[in-house]
Every structure is written in structure tokens, then in C-alpha cells.
Write a protein that binds this ligand. Structure first.
Ligand code: ACO
Length: 335
């Protein structure tokens, strides 16, 4: 799309509330080294992760999304009765049918709002944000709730040191309100590269390979990842999408006040900002404390930034992510 010359946003809305939730149970790298052939030193230097939060056995995953949404609604001064769209970005649903959104809608006592899950790998939250914004823009809703929630701890093989050390559980949420003015999405570049869909997958449990004793014995219900392939692709994908979104917004990269990248690996984040020549102090990093929470990673980091009082009206934020699919993309927001 051509560079825009006006300061009006491409998709106008205001983010009026953010919220997040992390389970209370934590696992340090040293905790993992008690039962895995790994070390704090390996995990920290390869990924930047020190700690991750994981759901306890008795905890209900949807509760994370419900809590994050309640916090976001309360900060927006809204009741759940005022929500007229709920989009939930997630990769591993509460149940294959009906998914996660109905469980969150039930927890919030939504009655009339449409709700749906959106699966786009770890880029699900940026996809859902853009979609919810467009939904408001065409007048189908006044108040939208976008939730990213993930409990990958239930889908990693805790005997596979190459994957289980990377992930954590959590949820984040934002409330969007239809408002004309200067805030909203200035530029958006959502992409996918299906030639890379083999890089991250859970093979069994869908219609291609339904659950059976054989699939369980072969550990095909666990997340499998080609880490090196993803690492190589991630930086290029997020850099390209960020440049494209900035070009559509009609702003130079130097105009971005905050970059909130998907928290998959500190080395990926560092390589990305080096490639984009963005100063480190503009980049939000919390992977050391939360690990990779997939679709929840961006809304959790955004909520922390907002609660710390660091985001000011008029500032420009770039949210960029990549993940399974390989779906990726960047949304550039004016706050
Ligand atoms: N502890 C100790 N050793 C380990 C561990 C571990 N936890 N994990 C792997 N190793 C070993 C490997 O077995 C291998 O040993 P070998 O040389 O004897 O075979 C060695 O360490 C090197 O392994 P590599 O895979 O080459 O390590 P690499 O430096 O590539 O780092 C990592 C691996 C961290 C997974 C990296 O490739 C990465 O971050 N990739 C991107 C992952 C990613 O982004 N995933 C999520 C994207 S999508 C989403 O967010 C859902």
C-alpha cells in the first residue's frame, strides 16, 4: 500500500485498558536442571530466559484469559456487558471443540457479543488486534476485547530439553474502543510463509492424525520445533513486516517510541533491533521473567509497559511477532 500523507490512523480506535495474568507457580532454570540434562548457563546464554510461569495441575487454562480480560476491562472502566466483540488468539485451545473463546466468554458472562478463536501461531495477537480494529472501524462493534492466552506447558514434552525450557504460560488482554482521532493503527503488515509450516507443529490430535494409542506412544501430541530454522527465519520476517508497516504508516523507523517484539529468544530480539537500527532502550524485553508465552507474549509485555507508566498519549508502538505457520506480522499503533 502507498505511503499515507495524513496523520489520521489507518484504523482508528483507542486502547483504553490493558491487563495480564501469570500463574503463581514458577520454574527457574535450576529447577529444570533437577530433572533435565540442562543448565542455567545454557538456557540463559542461548535464550535470555531465567524463569517461566506454569499452570498447576488443577488450574484451568481459560482462567488466565478471564483474569487478564477482567483487569483490562476494569482499567478501561468497562463492564463485560459493554463488550461487543471478543477475539482470542491462542494456539492450543481449551478443548478442540468449542475452543477457548466460549470458555472466556462464559467466565466474563458475555451474552450478546460474538466471540471466536484466532490461530496464527505466536503472531495470533497482532492478527487479532488488526482484525478487531477493522471490526470497530466498519461499525460492527464499539468495544472489543482482544485476548492472547497460552498454556504451552501442557503441550511440551518435559523430557525434551530443546523445547520445554523455552516456554511459559500466561495471558494478556486489551480493550479497544471505537474513537475517531489520532490514535489507532497507523500501519499493518500481516504475512505468512506456508513453506515453513513444518518448523513448528503438534502433529497429532487434529483431523490429519487423530489421537490414538500409537500417536500417544510416539509423543506426537507434543510440540516439535526446528529451532535453528525458526531462528534463521524470524529476524528477516519481523524486520520485513516492520519496515512494511512503517512505510504504510508513512513514518521512519526512528519515529517509533517502543518496539514490543514477540518474546521467543533474546538473541532473536537483539538481532532484530540491530537490523532495524533501533536503540535498545526502545525495545521491551521481559523474556527473562516470563519465557515464551506465545500469543500472550506481546499483550503481557504491553501491559507491563503501560502499568509502569511508560506509554504516553501520542507515542508510536511497533508490535511484531512470528510463529507457527509461519505466520508473522507487525502492527504500528499510535497510543
Ligand atoms: N540444555 C542444554 N543443551 C541443550 C538444550 C538445553 N536446554 N537444548 C538443546 N541443547 C543442546 C542440543 O542437544 C545440541 O547438542 P549437540 O550439539 O550435542 O547436538 C546443542 O545444545 C546445540 O543445540 P542447538 O539447537 O544447535 O542450539 P541453538 O544455539 O540453535 O539454540 C534454540 C536452540 C534456543 C532453540 C534456538 O535455536 C532458538 O531460539 N530458536 C528459535 C526458537 C523459537 O523462536 N521458537 C519459538 C517460535 S514460535 C513460538 O513462539 C511458538
Amino acid at each position: 500500500m502507498a505511503r499515507r500523507k495524513t496523520s489520521a490512523p489507518l484504523i482508528p480506535f483507542k486502547v483504553t485498558g490493558t491487563g495480564s495474568f501469570l500463574p503463581s507457580k514458577t520454574l527457574t532454570n535450576d529447577d529444570l536442571a533437577q530433572f533435565l540434562d540442562t543448565s542455567d548457563e545454557w538456557i540463559r546464554t542461548r535464550t535470555g530466559i531465567r524463569l517461566r510461569h506454569v499452570l498447576g495441575k488443577e488450574e484451568i487454562p481459560a482462567q488466565m484469559g478471564i483474569e487478564a480480560a477482567k483487569r483490562a476491562l476494569s482499567r478501561a472502566g468497562k463492564t463485560s456487558a459493554e463488550v461487543d466483540l471478543l477475539l482470542v488468539a491462542t494456539n492450543v485451545p481449551e478443548e478442540p471443540i468449542p475452543g477457548t473463546a466460549p470458555h472466556i466468554a462464559a467466565g466474563l458472562s458475555l451474552r450478546k457479543a460474538p466471540f471466536a478463536d484466532l490461530t496464527a501461531g505466536c503472531a495470533g495477537f497482532v492478527y487479532a488486534l488488526a482484525l478487531a480494529g477493522a471490526w470497530l472501524q466498519v461499525g460492527l462493534a464499539r468495544t472489543a476485547l482482544v485476548v492472547g492466552t497460552e498454556a504451552l506447558s501442557r503441550f511440551v514434552d518435559w523430557e525434551d530439553r530443546a523445547t520445554c525450557v523455552l516456554f511459559g504460560d500466561g495471558a494478556g488482554a486489551v480493550v479497544l474502543e471505537r474513537k475517531s482521532g489520532e490514535s489507532g493503527i497507523l500501519g499493518v503488515a500481516l504475512r505468512g510463509d506456508p513453506t515453513k509450516l513444518h518448523l513448528l507443529r503438534i502433529e497429532a490430535g487434529g483431523v490429519r492424525l487423530p489421537a490414538s494409542c500409537a500417536t500417544v506412544q510416539a509423543k506426537k501430541h507434543f510440540l516439535q520445533m526446528e529451532g535453528k530454522g525458526l531462528f534463521r527465519a524470524a529476524v528477516g520476517m519481523m524486520a520485513e513486516a516492520t519496515r512494511a508497516a512503517a512505510a504504510q504508516a508513512g513514518i521512519p523507523l526512528a519515529a517509533i517510541d517502543w518496539v514490543i517484539p514477540h518474546q521467543a529468544n533474546l538473541r532473536i530480539i537483539e538481532a532484530l533491533v540491530k537490523r532495524l537500527r533501533i536503540p535498545a532502550e526502545k525495545v521491551v524485553v521481559n523474556i527473562d521473567r516470563v519465557a515464551n508465552t506465545s500469543t500472550a507474549s506481546i499483550p503481557i509485555a504491553l501491559d507491563e509497559l503501560v502499568q509502569e507508566g511508560k506509554v504516553e498519549a501520542g507515542q508510536i508502538l511497533a508490535l511484531t511477532a512470528f510463529g507457527a505457520g509461519a505466520c508473522y506480522g507487525t502492527v504500528i499503533l499510535r497510543w
